[in-house]
Design a protein around this ligand. Structure first.
Ligand code: ASP
Ligand code: MG
Length: 417
């Protein structure tokens, strides 16, 4: 058994769906669970719909029409006959959605979000499955909510592993090609949940773990895991192989290639992962497995923007002690400010943070009575793994450096944007 995962970019239009079919033909996929995300940027579009609905801003119908037309245009471009049953299933999903929006009386944003946004994966899998069947690739469409059992923490649901494993084994008794949704699951009451943005990789990891799959392939629009983001660096190199541990470290520092939660279940059962191109299936891509040295041995660069560096000291020039640090961390935690780096010296304590929830002003107010605070906004944090001095010098050139920290394998720089 193998697991394939195709993300939104791979099925963003009719050409994408046709390419998806070609990939399966080329690889002669037989016993495979195929996990698919919502098409293109549809998850964002559904998020817009949820906002409009909750805010009652009068634009709900507009959002619905855009989303509906996007999918109908793809069906049109795929030349489905007007009487093909795919139209019925797609319209069925839209009428479920409309019913929900009309009848719902919950005000829980996260609950509403999951019921609505999950429709993106329902639509994409219906369309891909129907297109394969029509092209002679027989497959079973599976409602993943029968399999992925979670708690009721909407938008970041946690998996009930035992129940999920049992359900997956029951639902997937037969062999062949199964098409199912990434990102979504269901709670004990049968309500739809989601696993967090970009969660489809994680779904692939869950299936792999429960079925003890031979391999997982994540198909992407890049050739594999690169040593740097090509939008930020002119020259990038493909990583040919890497250990789970290294991939987890890179995800920790902010590399966005593999969803970090995906790696742990694979690592536990030593299931190899390939990150590969959906445009060039002959290319090897990146192989992730146990105890592998990184090949080629090259520096890896991770860039995080929009950082804030604050330096906190005592108003009376006392040392910043453990009790201060613990108080500062409590504030950071309560205000959901993400800490990316810390540095302590005798008289001040520096933290590099990310303000994803717009709470920085509140942090300043909370610190104000006890501490002297200096800060710089709009900074960039560079992390270089497996650095060599030359590469770091090169990176520093022409930049205004505010802080540098190094350990054996990793250098981090905070610079002005
Ligand atoms: N469609 C979801 C998202 O865009 C899940 C995924 O793509 O992995 O976040
Ligand atoms: Mg997506």
């Amino acid at each position: 058994m193998e697991i394939f995962k195709f993300g939104g970019a791979s099925v963003k239009d009719a050409l994408g769906v046709k390419n998806f079919k070609r990939v399966l033909e080329k690889l002669e996929a037989k016993d495979v669970v195929i996990v698919i995300s919502a098409m293109g940027k549809m998850t964002n579009a559904f998020e817009g719909l949820v906002r409009a609905y909750v805010d009652k801003d009068g634009h709900v119908e507009e959002h619905l029409t855009t989303i509906r037309n996007f999918h109908l245009d793809i069906l049109d471009d795929l030349d489905f006959d007007q009487d093909d049953s795919i139209f019925e299933s797609v319209e069925g999903i839209f009428s479920d959605l409309s019913n929900f929006l009309t009848k719902n009386n919950s005000t829980d944003y996260d609950y509403i979000y999951d019921q609505v946004v999950s429709k993106g994966e329902m639509l994409s899998t219906r369309i891909c499955s129907a297109y394969l069947n029509r092209s002679g690739i027989r497959n079973n469409w599976l409602d993943v909510r029968k399999c992925i059992k979670t708690n009721s923490d909407f938008r970041r649901a946690r998996v009930h592993w035992e129940a999920t494993e049992k359900a997956i084994k029951t639902e997937l008794k037969g062999k062949g090609i199964t098409i199912t949704q990434g990102f979504i699951g269901s709670d004990n009451y049968g309500r739809t949940t989601t696993l967090g943005r970009e969660g489809s990789d994680y779904t692939a990891g869950i299936f792999a773990y429960c079925l003890e799959a031979a391999t997982v392939s994540i198909f992407k629009d890049v050739p594999g895991v690169l040593n740097a983001d090509p939008r930020e660096f002119d020259e990038t190199r493909l990583i040919e192989q890497i250990s789970y541990k290294e991939a987890i470290e890179m995800a920790f520092y902010g590399a966005s290639v593999i969803h970090p939660k995906t790696l742990q279940p694979l690592q536990r059962k030593s299931i190899p992962l390939r990150v590969r191109s959906f445009l060039d299936t002959d290319a090897k891509g990146t192989f992730v497995g146990s105890e592998l040295d990184i090949v080629p041995k090259t520096s890896c660069y991770i860039v995080k923007k929009n950082q804030i560096l604050i330096s906190i000291s005592d108003k009376e020039f006392h040392f910043v002690m453990e009790n201060d640090i613990s108080e500062i961390f409590r504030m950071l935690h309560e205000l959901k400010l993400k800490v990316n780096l810390i540095q302590n010296s005798a008289l001040s304590f520096s933290v590099c943070i990310e303000d994803n929830f717009n709470n920085f002003e509140r942090l300043l107010q909370n610190l104000e009575p006890g501490y002297k605070v200096k800060y710089n906004k709009n900074l960039v944090l560079y992390t270089v793994r497996h650095f060599d001095e030359k590469a770091v010098d090169e990176l520093e050139k022409g930049k205004e450096l505010l802080l540098k920290q190094r350990s054996r394998e990793t250098v981090q720089l905070i610079v002005k944007a």
